[in-house]
Design a protein around this ligand. Structure first.
Ligand code: GLU
Length: 286
């Protein structure tokens, strides 16, 4: 186990995913700038170590809603609600990038935006284009910032990844990452829901995902993000098959990122086991 943790030090291509709940103050829903700043500083430091790093960030819809002070609208049809959500994501994504651009430039790093939908991956040409774009950005030393293109991707017509845990695993696979880090609002995968069962224990290492483990992973623990522990275990299935280790750590303290990369035993590590003939398209129907 120690040896496995030591190997994390040698990771070269790292995807870090942060969810809405780690980006916002839970009381107000406003952006937590201190945490955001610490995240950016950690990522710049990874890049300064000569490693390649990609950020997958949520928050567009939440930030957009906050910007226009949107409250729940009674009596809306599903289609109307979806249009509002899409509009909010258009507002929020630009705001989110403005904050990231400012912070990355303070540390003298260049960031770029990539917005994707399921079609980007399902279509051979656009998947190839996305792959080329990531490669060139990383060659240029730029830090790609990825989100789902929520302005055009809707659940109903099956264009949507549904959550950014899934998206981050797809990104890890597409760029051939060797590590995916999910910043969550709990310390990792537990034997039971730790909010309800005080005897629940953190599982530090997962060699293979079992059905029992899928049962342990309960739904979302907050109402801010869309992904819960089950979507994280699902993401591990993709990342591990693609050849990347995946680790869930708590995003309440960004120091956890560098503790993890220094080989410390924090969070839950899901071990990579690269599948021969890995085809990303086979993982799109979930
Ligand atoms: N793409 C969504 C957003 O930026 C978030 C999806 C998620 O949290 O998983 O608002």
């Amino acid at each position: 186990m120690n040896n496995i943790r030591e190997q994390i030090k040698d990771k070269k291509k790292i995807v870090v995913k942060i969810g809405s709940s780690s980006l916002q103050h839970s009381e107000t829903g406003d952006l937590d700038y201190i945490r955001l700043e610490k995240l950016v500083r950690e990522l710049c430091d990874i890049s300064n170590q000569g490693k390649e790093v990609v950020l997958v960030t949520s928050g567009a819809i939440a930030v957009g809603k906050k910007a226009v002070n949107l409250k729940t609208i009674e009596g809306q049809t599903q289609a109307e609600a979806m249009a509002v959500k899409q509009a909010c994501s258009a507002i929020g994504q630009a705001r989110l990038m403005m904050a990231y651009q400012k912070l990355f430039s303070e540390y003298n790093h260049v960031a770029a935006q990539i917005l994707m939908t399921k079609i980007t991956i399902a279509n051979d040409i656009s998947r190839h284009n996305a792959q080329n774009t990531f490669r060139e950005l990383l060659n240029l030393g730029v830090i790609p910032i990825v989100n789902e293109n929520d302005t055009v991707a809707t659940d109903e017509i099956d264009l949507s990844f549904s959550d950014n845990d899934f998206l981050s695993a797809i990104v890890a696979a597409i760029i051939g990452a060797d590590l995916l880090v999910l910043l969550s609002d709990i310390d990792g995968l537990y034997t039971d829901d730790p909010n309800k069962n005080k005897d629940a224990k953190l599982i530090p290492y997962v060699e293979r995902i079992t059905d029992e483990m899928l049962g342990m992973a309960k739904g979302p623990s907050t109402d801010m993000g869309t992904g819960g522990m089950s979507s994280k275990v699902g993401a591990a299935g993709i990342a591990n098959d693609a050849g990347a280790d995946m680790v869930i750590i708590n995003g309440d303290d960004m120091e956890h990122i560098n503790q993890l990369l220094a080989g410390e035993e924090i969070g839950t590590l899901f071990k990579a086991h690269k599948t021969t003939h890995f085809h990303l398209k086979n993982y799109l129907d979930r």
